[in-house]
Design a protein around this ligand. Structure first.
Ligand code: BES
Ligand code: MN
Ligand code: MN
Length: 463
């Protein structure tokens, strides 16, 4: 496989590559909302047909207890290595719609400061349809130019954005079919378009919901105010008590399994390019904020967090209504680092909240989905092949980085298939994943299609 063959193929077909991705982005595959069920199933069908058109031998829509997994493969020779590509066809809900500059499921191309060659704006453009489609087009390219050097399996799931609740059993059920030499996932980001990077770690997650109940009904806030515990006031106090003045988390035992980093390791990490002014400007904030004594890269990469994701209760309609609410609610996520365990941290959180809640209210803490943090070794054949491939297409050796987000299935792949995943992402953190105006750079999309075949080549050559 010759680099110029790849570049020629992409130059010839890039308009079609972009149009095909836009067609996929028009399908509103929101896994969190039942009203999109038909669109979810239609999207799975579409992925199946794209895989078949690209050259897969067989593709099935494989049932789970939730949305199906699209599984396809091309086995050229059982004696050759096998790459298993994982991605997700579901997307996050697009709300709030009014903050989108163009409708979330009507992709348009616009230039941005970071994407002078244009970016496709649509929900799922980067997370993860655009990055999944890079793999399908890179596969097409290798098939059509007769350069596919090994076997490929595709496993594109439909429930990543809701925590992959049914994927564990599915993997166990299909273990033998999923046998591979490496897992390749494009669902993370690079540091910048001129600073390629490969994540060698992801944070885990413990996602909680808290319900605080005070009086048996909403009350007049004048008649009862001052004499009855207000669940919202109490919940706010409990949440505030989770951090000390150094923004260190106060839940007993929370940091017990978090390892400390040596000055040398931290110095190594600090080599990654980071421009605080640009970071703040992109977010329109005056300063960054977080645990004292750590840099932004450390705060999002190697330190755990606790964040309120949503909080509600009482009167939130138009105008004012004087009411002392009966209930208050919050959704709270904690991002975890090695060797914290999602279940253990969820339990510590629950015990802490139950302990600090005053007896004037009752409290109910429930656990939503979770996921374990992961580390990916940088000395594996897969990592080296990914690094070499990026070196060739970006002209720079990618730096190993830590992704702040979570992909719970990566820990399960390790546990069940004993395989490391190569986190071969091509998006940018600033591409507004999960936010209004999500986008994916055309440069990034095409760069992914260009780099992936080189990964295959180097990986197979190293075997
Ligand atoms: N692709 C993201 C995860 C991600 C983004 C990792 C950027 C590293 C850098 C994924 O789709 C995602 O959003 N995951 C969820 C997991 C949750 C729903 C269990 C997350 O991180 O919140
Ligand atoms: Mn994703
Ligand atoms: Mn996501």
């Amino acid at each position: 496989m010759n680099h110029s063959t790849i570049v020629d193929y992409i130059t010839q077909h890039k308009t079609r590559f972009i149009n095909e991705l836009c067609d996929l982005l028009r399908m509103p595959s929101v896994s969190a909302k039942p009203e999109y069920k038909a669109d979810m199933l239609a999207t799975a069908e579409a992925i199946k047909h794209r895989l078949l058109e690209a050259g897969a031998d067989s593709v099935e829509i494989s049932a789970t207890a939730g949305y199906p997994v699209v599984y396809g493969e091309k086995i050229i020779d059982v004696k050759k290595p096998t790459v298993l590509v994982y991605g997700h066809y579901d997307v996050q809900p697009a709300e709030p719609y009014e903050l989108w500059h163009s409708p979330p499921f009507e992709p348009v191309i616009r230039n941005t400061e970071l994407h002078p060659q244009g970016a496709i704006f649509a929900r799922g453009a980067c997370d993860d349809k655009g990055q999944v489609y890079m793999h399908i087009k890179a596969f097409e390219l290798m098939i059509k130019t007769n350069t596919l050097p090994c076997n490929v399996k595709f496993m594109i799931e439909g429930e990543e954005e809701v925590g992959s609740p049914n994927l564990g059993p599915w993997i166990i059920q299909h273990k033998s079919k999923l046998q591979a030499d490496v897992i390749l996932i494009s669902d993370t980001s690079i540091t910048a378009n001129d600073a390629p990077s490969i994540d060698c770690g992801l944070r885990g997650l413990a996602y909680m919901e808290v319900e605080v109940t005070g009086p048996n009904r909403d009350l007049h806030s004048g008649v009862y105010g001052g004499a009855v515990a207000n669940p919202i006031n109490i919940l706010c106090q409990m949440i505030a008590s989770c951090h000390d003045e150094n923004r260190h988390i106060t839940i007993p035992g929370f940091y017990d399994k978090v390892r400390t980093w040596s000055p040398e390791e931290r110095a190594e990490m600090a080599k990654a390019p980071y421009n605080e002014t640009a970071y703040c400007k992109d977010l329109n904030i005056n300063q960054v904020w977080g645990e004292t004594g750590f840099t932004t890269i450390e705060r999002t990469g190697i330190r755990p967090t606790l964040d309120v994701n949503g909080i509600w209760g009482g009167y939130t309609g138009e105008g004012a209504k004087t009411v002392l609410p009966s209930k208050a609610f919050a959704k709270i996520s904690m991002r975890l680092v090695p060797n914290q365990s999602s279940d253990e941290i969820a339990q510590l959180f629950k015990s802490y909240f139950e302990k600090i809640a005053p007896s004037a209210v009752s409290i109910n803490v429930t656990v939503h989905h979770g996921g374990e943090p992961v580390l990916v070794p940088t000395n594996s054949a897969g990592y080296k092949a990914a690094s070499q491939a990026m070196q060739e297409t970006f002209g720079k050796t990618p730096i190993p980085t830590r992704g702040g987000g979570s992909i719970p299935i990566v820990a399960l792949f390790k546990k069940e298939l004993k395989l490391d995943s190569i986190l071969f992402g091509f998006g940018l953190d600033s591409d507004a994943l999960h936010s209004p105006n999500e986008h994916f750079g055309i440069f990034n999309y095409l760069k992914g299609i260009e780099t992936i075949p080189l990964f295959y080549k180097h990986f197979v050559n190293s075997k």
